[in-house]
Design a protein. Structure first.
Length: 316
């Protein structure tokens, strides 16, 4: 058993990549302080910002909400019911964890809940089936819907920043995928902080992007946060999981691999070692007003327009 580096009590976690073992209290303090430093370094937000935290009911986003409130930021929550059932009431149960967590917060902290099927008449799996490729495409459709809805709510309710709970395992896997296919445009845009673009995209921040999944899980457990442990049933077999497996195996033999991969990438960006991606000129979607690179309708509105969907089926 290792001893806590700070107080010599028994440690609860040993982070090999940092050569750091900490007790419960010092681990919680460490997570919060490192998060604050990361927020400042990437100029994510200030105390007078109104933050909307997208909470899925999982460990990362619920921990994030707790950390931001503890650090004194103004942070309300948004849960999007995507209508994923898949025989296990996935969305319904995820939402229950979020509601339960929100009940214990101070009354001036709000939780917004939206139901995609109530608003658009279709659940996310139903929207995904509009596209050829059905189940395989559901993760990308789901991502599209979530980004669109988060951004819409932030704009309509006047939030200045959107925060999500992406952790290092998520970010390193995305980075790995983008490097494998040398997706220059995505590489340029992958960042723990994306500024507002002036055409309707709210500033976005990922304050936990430098923590391993194991660390956010430990934080949630130590802080007695009850969270949805199951992965989304549609993510089974997703490419992102296979990328994570490869990175995990490297991390096992060489602790710190993921962190180093991600930090080297951020440093390269800071030093302009990446090519400037050709970012398409953004304009407003004719229907919903959100920023889009395409003329006419944005990807979300095109998805929901049956005539367009039908013609697209013929094309791809
Ligand atoms: P995922 O795309 O499922 O890996 O989730 C990444 C982040 O997106 C989470 O940490 C949340 O911040 C946010 N998120 C995912 N699903 C939802 C949801 N149903 N409602 C609100 N936020 C979500
Ligand atoms: Zn200690
Ligand atoms: Zn649109």
């Amino acid at each position: 058993m290792h001893r806590c580096r700070r107080c010599a009590a028994d440690s609860v976690i040993n982070m090999r990549q940092h050569r750091l073992a900490l007790c419960e209290a010092h681990f919680v303090e460490w997570i919060e302080q490192i998060t604050l430093r990361f927020i400042k370094k990437h100029r994510m937000f200030e105390p007078d910002d109104r933050i909307l935290v997208a909470v899925s009911g999982g460990k990362d986003s619920l921990s994030l909400w707790r950390i931001l409130l503890k650090l004194g930021f103004q942070a309300d929550g948004l849960y999007m019911d995507l209508g994923i059932d898949a025989g296990c009431s996935y969305s319904k149960r995820s939402g229950e964890y979020v509601e339960k967590f929100a009940q214990n917060l101070s009354p001036n902290v709000k939780l917004h809940v939206l139901d995609v099927a109530d608003i658009y008449g279709k659940t996310v799996p139903e929207m995904a089936s509009l596209r050829r490729g059905g189940k395989k495409k559901s993760c990308s459709v789901c991502g599209l819907v979530k980004r669109h809805e988060m951004n819409r709510v932030a704009r309509e309710l006047g939030y200045t920043v959107l925060a999500t709970g992406h952790n290092l395992d998520d970010e390193a896997a995305v980075l790995f995928g983008n490097v494998l296919h040398w997706e220059a445009e995505y590489l340029v845009r992958q960042s723990p902080m994306l500024p507002a673009d002036g055409v309707g995209l709210t500033k976005r921040a990922k304050p936990l992007a430098r923590f391993y999944e194991r660390e956010t899980a430990a934080y949630a457990i130590i802080c007695n946060i009850e969270y949805m442990q199951e992965e989304c049933p549609f993510s089974v077999g997703a490419t992102s999981l296979r990328l994570k497996e490869v990175l995990n195996s490297m991390e096992n033999s060489s602790p710190g691999t993921k962190l180093q991969f991600y930090f080297s990438f951020l440093r390269a960006k800071e030093n302009s070692l990446l090519p400037e991606g050709q970012r398409p000129e953004l304009r407003s979607c004719e229907r919903c007003g959100q920023a889009t690179g395409a003329p006419g309708l944005c990807a979300f509105c095109r998805l929901l327009e049956p005539a367009r969907a039908a013609s697209r089926l013929g094309q791809d």
